[in-house]
Ligand binder design. Structure first.
Ligand code: DC
Length: 219
């Protein structure tokens, strides 16, 4: 058994910009540690899904919050990934649609929506690994291990589109726009360990993180 697993990792946070690879790295690290992995963006996504579904004005924080208050939203961390339920129904599959992608930054910009998300995250039983934009800085400042992953916009775009080179410039532009919209939320914790993953593959990033957690990749 690994050293970290034996002494309970508590909360391990991964923050960084869109498509920086943080969620994939978080999932791999959580699997090695044997703890659930949570994607905080799912709560912003479900808030967006519910608000748009109800026809709420997305720039009106009170309108969005009153939609949220009308539903029972549950984030269920699991060893194979997390799931979101609304009034008992699993809506996870609907959270990565283009419509949600396009609107989620507007919803996530409201401090009141952020407080709603943060309260749900803080209720979750520990230990877990979590990814987001402000997990180490705002939501879990007491986390035992904090990581901040970045990569150049062109690299993040290339990872998104895979081999389809024709789409690269458009995707890189979309990523830059999203960076600008998310910039206010993207606050690295002063005590986070930073890694620019531009020149690294997934295995190398995971290995780097596990090295900092004093745990081997194959426990
Ligand atoms: O990580 P993701 O792509 O699922 O995040 C969806 C959106 O939610 C993204 O535009 C930024 C926002 N977000 C945020 O503001 N704070 C977080 N902790 C996580 C996500």
């Amino acid at each position: 058994m690994s050293e970290v697993r034996a002494r309970d990792p508590g909360v391990v946070t991964f923050d960084g910009p869109a498509a920086s690879g943080k969620s994939t790295v978080a999932e791999r690290v959580a699997a090695v540690l044997g703890v659930p992995c949570v994607s905080s963006g799912l709560l912003y996504r479900v808030a967006t899904l519910l608000a748009t579904g109800a026809g709420a004005a997305l720039d009106d924080a009170d309108a969005v919050l009153s939609v949220l208050d009308a539903h029972a939203v549950e984030l269920r961390p699991g060893l194979g990934g997390d799931a979101v339920r609304v009034d008992g129904d699993d809506v996870t599959a609907a959270l990565h649609s283009d419509a949600v992608d396009a609107a989620v930054s507007r919803v996530a910009a409201h401090p009141a929506v952020r407080a709603w998300v943060d309260a749900r995250l803080r209720e979750m039983p520990r230990p877990f690994v979590i990814d987001g934009r402000d997990m180490g800085s705002v939501v879990f400042p007491d986390a035992a291990h904090k990581f901040y992953l970045t990569a150049a916009p062109e690299v993040r775009a290339a990872r998104r589109v895979g081999e389809r080179a024709a789409d690269l410039a458009d995707v890189a532009d979309a990523i830059r726009r999203r960076d600008a919209l998310d910039a206010r939320q993207l606050a690295p914790a002063p005590d986070a360990q930073h890694l620019d993953t531009s020149a690294l593959d997934l295995d190398q990033v995971v290995e780097w993180v596990l090295g900092r957690l004093s745990v081997a990749a194959t426990p």
